[in-house]
Ligand binder design. Structure first.
Ligand code: PLP
Length: 376
């Protein structure tokens, strides 16, 4: 968070600020982890906390998950892993993006586990372990269809030679379309992964991300790796969301005005009032993670305020947006509107913006007043 945003953090109510208020419900995060752990049917349930715990804050999220009993964490980068190591001295920490050149000693010193995803990474880790005369742990990433990270079949013979040099702690792969239960790819990936597991020496195995954990056909193996669902995202798009919402975002009304039919609002006058309308200007824009694209497409975002849906009108600008409050006409300066919360999920705002809830979460602004509920 930029330092100026901290200035607002101490003010009790937030009404004195024009900034939006982002509330992170850490109890809901812990409930979601327990719910997912229940779904893991005896396998271990880890937590994916990359990208600052999907935007909600790595430190508070990790502390809460540790307190709930989570022992294994996945991040993307080495720097995230190092940061997490200070918060979680005992936890098992995997870095999904693998082994950057020359970083083996740092991984080993901090007891961090790289997820090795290519032969060059395996060669480097194996050479390091041989030089140190010690078999450090690493995970092995198998590519079963993403073509992004991971070993492919022709790599296996060489990989099997290299495995002798270190302790293979985990074999894993990642689904391409787990959120689509009807995708035939899911089954093909499961089969390829099972085949790879059979070719490698016995070690713990991990397949499922959030949506994977809700695929009936997907075995849980030894360890599951949910991220999005922990933060309240729907792992089963098209069906009810089994998860508890974790983030809510409220913006503040800065002013209210009435306009006549035919008047335009916002940059480039892209919206014209069809009739007499009451508009409110809120202190939230694309620099706060309210995507400009939510005011450019066919659907567009609504906010919820005064018991009514209030559509965004005109273009979302950097720091401000305009909403039509004609159906909630008693709203006034200083009132708050729901941008994310009980009525509006991260999945909704993602859909309205032509993206996914994941991106809404990871783009959550840096200048909100942040309130953590259920922390220590
Ligand atoms: C991000 C990620 C996850 C978590 O995925 P969600 O869909 O957020 O649950 C799991 N595994 C890998 C390899 C990832 O990159």
């Amino acid at each position: 968070m930029p330092e100026f945003a901290l200035l607002a953090a101490d003010r009790a109510d937030g009404r004195e600020n024009s900034q939006a208020i982002l509330t992170v419900d850490l109890d809901a995060l812990a409930d979601n982890w327990r719910l997912l752990k229940g779904r893991a049917r005896g396998a271990e349930c880890a937590a994916v906390v990359k990208a600052d715990a999907y935007g909600i804050g790595l430190r508070p999220a990790a502390k809460k998950l540790l307190a709930a009993g989570c022992k294994t964490f996945f991040v993307a980068h080495l720097a995230e892993a190092e940061f997490l190591r200070d918060i979680a001295p005992e936890a098992r920490i995997f870095a999904l993006n693998g082994l950057p050149p020359g970083s083996s000693a740092l991984f080993a010193r901090k007891n961090l586990c790289p997820v090795l995803g290519s032969l060059p990474e395996m060669e480097e880790w194996a050479a390091f372990c041989r030089a140190e005369n010690r078999k450090y742990d690493a995970a092995v990433h198998i590519d079963t269809g993403m073509n992004r990270l991971g070993l492919v079949k022709p790599d296996f013979p060489r990989a099997l030679d290299l495995l002798d040099a270190f302790t293979p702690a985990l074999i894993m792969t990642h689904f391409v379309s787990a959120e689509d239960a009807s995708a035939p790819r899911n089954r093909a990936q499961i089969e390829r992964f099972e085949e790879a597991c059979g070719l490698f020496p016995p070690m713990r195995a991990s397949l499922c991300n959030s949506s994977g954990m809700f695929l009936e056909e997907a075995p849980v193996f030894d360890l599951t790796r949910p991220g999005y669902a922990l933060y309240g995202g729907n792992p089963t798009p098209g069906s009810d969301n089994p998860m508890n919402p974790v983030v809510s975002l409220e913006a503040v009304i800065l002013q209210v005005r009435d306009i006549r039919a035919g008047e335009a609002a916002g940059y480039n006058a892209r919206w014209t009032a069809p009739s007499r309308r009451r508009l409110a200007t809120i202190g939230l824009g694309y620099a706060d993670g309210f995507p400009r694209s939510a005011s450019c497409g066919d659907i567009g975002a609504d906010v919820f305020a005064g018991g009514a849906w209030c559509p965004v009108v005109g273009r979302i600008s950097m720091d401000l947006s305009i909403i039509d409050i004609s159906d909630a006409a008693s709203l006034k300066r200083g009132d708050r509107v729901e941008v994310l919360g009980d009525h509006i999920s991260v999945d909704d705002l993602g859909r309205w913006s032509g993206t996914i809830g994941y991106e809404i979460l990871t783009d959550l602004g840096r200048r909100h007043k942040r309130v953590y509920v259920g922390g220590d």
